[in-house]
Write a protein that binds this ligand. Structure first.
Ligand code: NAD
Length: 428
């Protein structure tokens, strides 16, 4: 999404350039990895409920598929920009690579606000998106998934359209489908739980017990809610969450010193992750300005909403007590803020490692669809934990060995694998 003066793709390229220098990558490898391989920009006409036709702008960016079919979500957002989609596609390439799953990186988006669309209009938008791209996406080349403001229902409409066009069943065309319709148990929890698996491992390395820690979380959507659930099960306390208020068009933070009650907050939250501020106030939450989540006196910060949230201005508000920043969102920390966190010795678990649980479980969903045999939830989550924990330690070991910031270590591992795949295929 566009946030003023911030370009996510420039940030993704700056991060890549830094690691390309560390790895001393050849010019041809830099050229192929610095830009998306392909991108599609298209119009989606929708016959609206009022009888008029409205044209929406859609995108799909395929950054790199040297290691396997592209993989990446589709966002519905009024401020979506193609540069954000490009950045997210590039981060997907690194994410699949760092957890070592045989997939590449893609991302899609539509400029729209689903709050203002009926279910029928959303269905037509989903079907229209697939009609524009049916030749260029699919189980063997590029596999979409849900992301901000898209849901399992949206995925099912997209699958249905793809299968109608293809004339056969292709459950592996898209992931994040409803359970019972080709979806995997555990997918809903996967990203948030994955964030907490990495926090748990980081705390072990620091010799700190989770039950002695406090956290503050930005966002109260899918990633945030499940991260809070598992972190609280481990004994941690979340003292603050924030969310976007659709009516006021601004964000608010909700603080309770004794810790937030997850289920109580879920009951007063809409399906887009917006907490009702009047109800929160009446339940004893302090309602603060949206930025307040970042200045809490806590051990762990979990940005789980948007990109560009910890930047050179807001980083100054981060308390000295913060030991860990676990990035649930994609691109929440800018390179300037990174440098300050690094100097302060904050342990940053970078986005494409911390939030890789979602894509890892999506990969499991494809595997299950291919077998036409579905695992129990526990089996999925155990496999997820194993994959995330092993990727986390691989990155940590490299960071320790080469005295690198965790983000740089994760990049070194991820970029090296993709660069090698490009070279092996004689693409560079
Ligand atoms: P979501 O739509 O379910 O929730 C987003 C939350 O952020 C909502 O609570 C919303 O109110 C809040 N929000 C929006 N703008 C805000 C602002 N300015 N200040 C405070 N809160 C704000 O989305 P999600 O699926 O939880 O995704 C959150 C982030 O995690 C995104 O960056 C997404 O790309 C990333 N991510 C998601 C997944 C996944 O599986 N869902 C996987 C990897 C990465």
């Amino acid at each position: 999404m566009a946030t003023s003066g911030f370009n996510a793709f420039e940030m993704a390229q700056a991060q890549f350039d830094k690691v390309a220098d560390i790895l001393q990558l050849e010019e041809s490898v830099r050229d192929i990895l610095r830009q998306p391989m392909r991108e599609y920009h298209f119009n989606i006409p929708v016959h609206m409920d009022d009888g008029k036709v409205k044209v929406f702008r859609g995108f799909r960016v395929q950054h790199n598929d040297a290691r396997g079919p592209g993989k990446g979500g589709i966002r519905f957002h009024p401020q979506e920009t193609v540069d954000t989609v490009r950045a997210l596609a590039m981060w997907m390439t690194w994410k699949c690579s760092v957890v070592n799953i045989p997939l590449g990186g893609s991302k899609g988006g539509v400029i729209c606000d689903p709050h203002n669309l009926s279910m029928r209009e959303q269905e037509l938008l989903c079907r229209g998106w697939v009609r524009q791209l049916a030749k260029d996406v699919g189980p063997l080349n590029d596999v979409p998934a849900p992301d901000v403001m898209t849901s399992p229902q949206h995925m099912l409409w997209m699958l249905d359209e793809f299968e109608a066009i293809s004339g056969a069943k292709y459950p592996g065309f898209i992931t994040g489908k409803p359970v019972g319709m080709g979806g995997s148990l555990g997918r809903t929890e996967a990203t948030g739980y994955g964030v907490v698996y990495t926090i748990r491992e980081a705390l072990k390395l620091m010799n700190v017990k989770p039950e002695e820690t406090f956290a503050s979380v930005q966002g109260f959507g899918n990633v945030s809610q499940y991260a809070i659930q598992l972190y609280q099960r481990l004994g941690g306390k979340v003292v603050c969450v924030s969310s976007w208020d659709q009516q006021d068009q601004k964000s608010y933070a909700f603080r309770r010193d004794v810790g937030v009650d997850l289920e109580e907050l879920q009951r007063i939250t809409d399906r887009f992750g917006g907490v009702d501020k009047e109800k929160a106030q009446s339940l004893g939450y302090e309602v603060l300005d949206g930025d307040a989540w970042i200045e809490q006196d806590v051990d762990i910060l979990i940005p789980a909403a948007l990109e560009n949230q910890i930047n050179k201005t807001t980083v100054e508000k981060v308390s000295d007590r913060v030991k860990i920043v676990a990035e649930g969102a994609n691109g929440p920390t800018t390179p300037e803020a990174d440098a300050i966190l690094e100097e302060r010795g904050v342990y940053v678990i970078p986005d494409f490692l911390a939030n890789a649980g979602g894509v890892t479980c999506s990969y499991f969903e494809q595997v299950q669809c291919n077998m036409n045999y579905f695992w129990e939830k526990e089996e999925t989550l155990t496999r997820l934990d194993t994959k995330m924990t092993s990727a986390f330690h691989e990155v940590h070991e490299l960071a320790k060995k080469r005295d690198l910031f965790m983000r740089d270590a994760a990049y070194v591992i991820a970029v090296k694998r993709v660069a090698q795949a490009c070279k092996d295929r004689a693409w560079a």
